[in-house]
Design a protein around this ligand. Structure first.
Ligand code: NAD
Length: 281
């Protein structure tokens, strides 16, 4: 079984991006800039943002974090986004989710210019992705896609089963694999026989949030299994896939932690650089 090493893949991607930033700096005499807005003091969000800033600095991006307290008014945040939209030194804007209840998430997402939307959540990017046009792609599914391609370059005709239909993971994952000519089935909480669906798959991507949902006997021999889940349990952090059991049948499998997680941040940096490059044309 191939253990898909997301840490190593992310380090390789960051190295490549660092090189690209050096070349862009030589060509344009400026570097891509990423601005993250962090609202409130949720510990996981603070950790994510710290890691994003550290990785951005490591590849040579200009990075900035703007912090607001929990009770900040929605208007203040929207005005800041408008200001960043106009700022030529800012290539990418990310507002760390989740947001406090009094702030309308969709309004925030739609205020970010699609060309600076490094999370790929703006309806324009969602539409472009599903129409097969150039767009920012949400970072986690993009990371999953790059990991799958490392194991198998030609995905033509493969049967992919996506478990979970969130806008963040399942839906964009479907679009990415459709573009690669996979036959994609998207499953969710109302799917009648999830095991039977998974048993058909050459590729499974699990993004559900239920610890070890995908069992060993749900996976036929030779399947590539990507585990997006991050679940806190008494045993520590586990994914949505029963790692020990599934590793007996899978051709390749991502561990949790150390699989998809590290690729998510590396893909955020990649998206920032892509936004910068598109803005220079
Ligand atoms: P979500 O809650 O938005 O969506 C979960 C999806 O799972 C829904 O579409 C739902 O229909 C489906 N679902 C629920 N119960 C199901 C069941 N019994 N069978 C089949 N489908 C079922 O979750 P999300 O934001 O997509 O996150 C999913 C998981 O991925 C979480 O554990 C989250 O922490 C993790 N995550 C990891 C990363 C990363 O970087 N590795 C990034 C984002 C999310």
């Amino acid at each position: 079984m191939i253990l898909i090493d997301g840490k190593k893949a992310a380090a390789e991607l960051r190295e490549k991006l660092k090189h690209e930033v050096t070349q862009l700096k030589a060509k344009y005499n400026k570097v891509p800039g990423l601005t993250v807005i962090l609202i409130g003091d949720l510990t996981p969000s603070q950790i994510y943002v710290r890691n994003k800033e550290k990785s951005a600095n490591e590849v040579g991006l200009k990075s900035e974090v703007i912090k607001y307290p929990d009770e900040v008014e929605e208007k203040t945040v929207l005005e800041k986004i408008e200001e960043l939209n106009k700022d030529e030194t800012v290539s990418g804007i990310l507002v760390q989710l989740p947001l406090p209840k009094h702030i309308d998430k969709q309004k925030v997402i739609e205020t970010i210019l699609p060309s600076k939307d490094v999370d790929g959540f703006h309806p324009m990017n969602v539409g472009n992705l599903s129409s097969g046009y150039e767009s920012s792609v949400p970072c986690t599914p993009l990371g999953c896609y790059l990991l799958i391609k490392k194991v198998e370059h030609n995905l033509n005709g493969k049967k992919a089963v996506i478990v979970g239909r969130s806008n963040l993971n399942g839906k964009p994952m479907t679009q990415l694999l459709l573009k690669e000519n996979c036959t994609v089935t998207i499953t969710h909480s109302k799917t009648k026989d999830l095991k039977a669906e998974c048993l058909e798959a050459d590729i499974i991507v699990a993004a559900v949030g239920i610890p070890e949902l995908v069992k060993g006997d749900w996976v036929k021999k030779g399947t590539i299994v990507i585990d997006v889940g991050i679940n806190k349990t008494d045993k520590g952090i586990v994914g949505d896939v029963d790692f020990n059991e599934v590793s007996k049948n899978a051709k390749a499998l991502t561990p949790v932690p150390g699989g998809v997680g590290p690729m998510t941040i590396a893909c955020l940096l990649k998206n920032t650089i892509e936004c910068f490059k598109r803005s220079q044309i």
